[in-house]
Design a binder for this molecule. Structure first.
Ligand code: TRP
Length: 435
């Protein structure tokens, strides 16, 4: 393309052959309902271009300076997801750090759409990170199970299915290790009402059909429930939706913002929420976004709960994990050991290496592996073995915690009750301006 930036594209006439060629390429598409990196002209799947996505969404990449400030303000080294660009983008994380520094309140909000009984490792990434944030900040956390959303969005899911999935998923979420004193988990099918419903209505009144069409790619064939759900997902970003946690002093509670850790595909909901928050006299939620764990087949797709060979499930046995990685994990290595020794492997597309960046805590070891693999000193088989051990350990630790979760535990996390938290133990004292 020779077009200058900012200029309208030049008008050209394409021959039919040229048109056919052009139409093979498909742009990347990321909405809460559809994630694909697009397809190039030869029909090859492309990885999601996260930098481009962040520019299009109007969010911000997490800079080195912001990471340094995070460490200074919280006294914690940033999580490996942050150090490695897995949690990579944000909206107003700096505002949350300002508040933490001064000991001003905020809370965490995240969620899951329960669409099957089984949770895979990809689903646990934002939760794992949220748990860490909860430990670092010592603040309350609310977790939405959007069973209403999944019921309305899927032809296959009935209300009873949605409820069943919610229960199974809540057990898995609890197994991530959230502190029961600071965590409220709720199902929309049960919790919508009262203060929460008031906020849903306040938002629904402001969200036009037009803006939902634009933001989510809905058409006239989407049902009204899908349109309306946008207000439900966003209403949890307001502390006034949870009087049992924050109390009923509306004016005070309205000034408590949320920090929402989520995968980047959820950003459209909260963009819309942020647009309306201040007109509703609430604080805008801040966001912190993660990328997707790639499917075993490679970085062009994300793990899918409905494709067994694409994902490692949290109830897979050690042996199954080993077989799946050996059999399906896309390798960036060479076809033979000789070639690998000579040319080395490509860690950028190698799925076992990518998984190590998610799960291996030790930065130095990860760097040693990267160098050895790229130089050809390490073979594909060895890399896969290292990856298998790490993923097995992650899943096993989860399964041990999962075995402790029962109906009673679930009832406790889902009970409407006050929570206990302390926030920053050493806030900077800001002097009140003298009157
Ligand atoms: N819509 C999300 C999904 O389909 C679930 C969800 C609800 C959520 N509220 C959220 C995700 C807040 C992240 C943050 O999985």
């Amino acid at each position: 393309m020779t077009d200058e930036p900012g200029q309208p594209p030049a008008l050209t006439t394409l021959s039919l052959a040229e048109k056919a060629h052009v139409s093979k390429a498909v742009e990347q598409k990321v909405t809460p309902f559809d994630v694909s990196g697009g397809v190039d002209e030869s029909g090859k799947l492309l990885p999601v271009d996260y930098d481009k996505l962040v520019r299009e969404f109007g969010a911000n990449l997490i800079s080195k300076q912001l990471l340094e400030r995070f460490e200074k303000v919280t006294g914690h080294r940033p999580h490996r997801f942050m150090r490695r660009g897995i949690v990579f983008s944000h909206r107003e994380l700096n505002v949350i750090l300002d508040r933490y520094e001064k000991g001003q309140p905020f809370f965490l909000y995240t969620g899951r759409g329960p669409s099957s009984d089984s949770v895979h490792v990809g689903h646990t990434i934002p939760f794992e990170f949220t748990k860490w944030l909860q430990d670092v900040f010592d603040v309350p956390l609310v977790i939405m199970l959007s069973d209403d959303e999944k019921f309305m969005h899927s032809q296959k899911i009935e209300i009873d299915d949605a409820r069943k999935y919610t229960k199974a998923n809540v057990m898995d979420i609890i197994a991530v290790g959230f502190d029961p004193k600071k965590t409220f988990i709720f199902s929309n099918l049960d919790f919508v009402g009262a203060a929460f419903y008031e906020n849903i209505c306040r938002l629904a009144k402001r969200i036009t059909i037009n803006s939902v069409r634009g933001t989510f790619g809905f058409t006239d064939s989407n049902n009204v429930g899908e349109f309306h759900f946008c207000a439900t997902q966003s209403a949890s970003a307001f502390a006034t939706s949870f009087p049992h946690i924050f109390g009923t002093d509306r004016k005070k509670v309205a000034s408590i913002p949320a920090l929402i850790p989520c995968a980047i595909d959820q950003d459209p909901y909260f963009r819309q929420c942020r647009e309306h928050a201040e007109k509703m006299k609430y604080k805008k939620p801040a966001l912190i976004h993660s990328i997707f764990l790639p499917a075993l087949q490679g970085p062009g797709s994300k793990m899918s709960a409905s494709v067994d060979s694409s994902a490692i499930f949290m109830n897979d046995t050690p042996n199954r994990i080993k077989n799946k990685i050996n059999k399906y994990a896309f390798s960036g290595g060479q076809d033979t050991a000789e070639l690998q020794r000579k040319l080395g492997g490509n860690t950028k597309v190698d799925v076992p290496f990518q998984y190590l960046t998610f799960f291996l805590e030790d930065d130095d070891e990860l760097e040693r592996i990267r160098v050895a693999y790229e130089k050809g000193e390490m073979l594909t088989g060895e890399l896969k073995q290292r990856c298998i051990a790490e993923v097995q350990a992650y899943v096993q630790a989860f399964q041990e915690r999962r075995a402790q979760v029962n109906e009673q535990t679930v009832a406790e996390y889902m009970r409407q009750r006050p929570l206990e938290w302390k926030g920053n133990p050493n806030p900077i004292v800001v002097e009140k301006p003298k009157k």
